[in-house]
Design a protein around this ligand. Structure first.
Ligand SMILES: C[S@@+](CC[C@H](N)C(=O)[O-])C[C@H]1O[C@@H](n2cnc3c(N)ncnc32)[C@H](O)[C@@H]1O
Length: 266
C-alpha cells in the first residue's frame, strides 16, 4: 500500500499527529475484542505502542507481543514497553507459530498492509482456534474529523494531487461493511462490527497544524511535499474549515472496528 513508508519516522511526530488518538482507541478496541486477563495477545502494526501498552496494562508484560515493519516505530515500542517482545515484521509474515495467541489485534493498520487478505489470514493463523482477531480503521471518508478536514482543505489547494492521495478515496477498507467482508473472506466466524468514536484535545490550531510538517503518515507526507506558498494556503484553508483559532478545542474521530473468531477447522 502506498503510504506504509511514511511511518518510517519519529514516534514523537506520529504521536503528535494521529497517535494522540491511539491510547483512547486502544482501550475501546480492547473492550470491543473482549480482551480478558489470562489471554496471550499480539499487537500487529504496533507503531510506537499504544495498543501494546493497553494490552500490557490488562494482561501483564509476559502475555504481550508486538510486531511492526517500521524500524523507528518498533524501537520506540521496545523502549516504551521494556520486557515486551517487539519484532520487526509485517502482518503478512508474522514470525510466530500457529495458534500462539488468544487474541490478535491490529489498530489503524489494515489499510497499510501490502496484502490485507494475507495479513488478516496470518493474524488468524497465529491465533488458536476460538481466539479473537480484531482490528479498526479510521472512517477516512466520513467522521475522522482531522483527516477529513485535512484532505478537503488539500483538495481546495491542489485538487489534482489531493484527489489522488485523499485517504477517504485511496484506502480500500474505509467502511465497517468492507472490513467485515475482509474478515469473513479470511475464514473468521461470528464476525461483528461497530463504530468507535474517540477524541483529542488541542491547545490551539498550531498544536494541530505543526505535526503535519514532519511528513509522517500520508497526510503529513502530502503536506511536507508542498512548496511554502501552497503549505501556507493549506494551513489557512484547514484552519477555516475547522473553524478554530488560538483557543483550545477538541475534535472527535470515528473508527470502524471488526472482530471475528478463529474456526476450529482451519
Ligand atoms: C497508522 S499507524 C498505526 C500504529 C498503531 N497501531 C497505533 O494505533 O497508533 C500504521 C502502522 O502500520 C504499520 N505498517 C505498515 N505496513 C504494515 C504491514 N504490512 N504490516 C503491519 N504493519 C504495517 C506502520 O509501520 C505503522 O506503525
Amino acid at each position: 500500500m502506498p503510504g506504509a513508508e511514511t511511518f518510517r519516522a519519529s514516534a514523537d511526530a506520529y504521536d503528535r499527529l494521529v497517535g494522540r488518538y491511539s491510547p483512547q482507541l486502544a482501550s475501546a478496541l480492547s473492550d470491543f475484542a473482549a480482551v480478558e486477563p489470562g489471554m496471550r495477545a499480539l499487537d500487529v502494526g504496533c507503531g510506537p505502542g499504544a495498543l501494546a501498552a493497553e494490552l500490557v496494562q490488562r494482561l501483564g508484560t509476559p502475555m504481550v507481543r508486538a510486531a511492526d515493519p517500521s524500524q523507528p516505530f518498533a524501537e520506540s515500542c521496545r523502549a516504551r514497553l521494556p520486557g515486551v517482545e517487539v519484532v520487526r515484521a509485517p502482518a503478512e509474515a508474522l514470525p510466530f507459530g500457529d495458534g500462539t495467541f488468544d487474541a490478535a489485534l491490529s489498530q489503524l493498520v489494515v489499510n497499510f498492509m501490502r496484502d490485507a487478505e494475507a495479513g488478516v489470514r496470518e493474524m488468524a493463523r497465529v491465533a488458536r482456534p476460538g481466539a479473537i482477531v480484531a482490528a479498526c480503521v479510521w472512517d477516512y471518508a466520513g467522521e475522522m474529523t482531522l483527516l477529513r478536514a485535512f484532505w478537503d482543505a488539500a483538495r481546495d489547494v491542489d485538487p489534482t494531487r489531493a484527489t489522488a492521495e485523499d485517504e477517504g478515496v485511496v484506502m480500500s477498507w474505509c467502511g465497517a461493511g468492507d472490513l467485515a467482508d475482509l474478515w469473513r473472506e479470511a475464514g473468521l466466524r461470528d464476525v461483528r462490527f461497530d463504530a468507535i468514536t474517540v477524541g483529542s484535545a488541542y491547545r490551539g490550531f498550531e498544536d494541530l497544524w505543526s505535526p503535519f510538517l514532519a511528513g509522517v503518515a500520508p497526510s503529513g507526507a502530502f503536506c511536507a511535499s508542498l512548496d511554502g506558498k501552497s503549505q501556507s494556503a493549506l494551513r489557512e484553508t484547514l484552519r477555516r474549515r475547522l473553524g478554530v483559532g488560538d483557543a483550545p478545542f477538541e475534535l472527535t474521530a470515528r473508527d470502524w472496528a471488526v472482530a471475528g473468531t478463529v474456526r476450529d477447522d482451519p
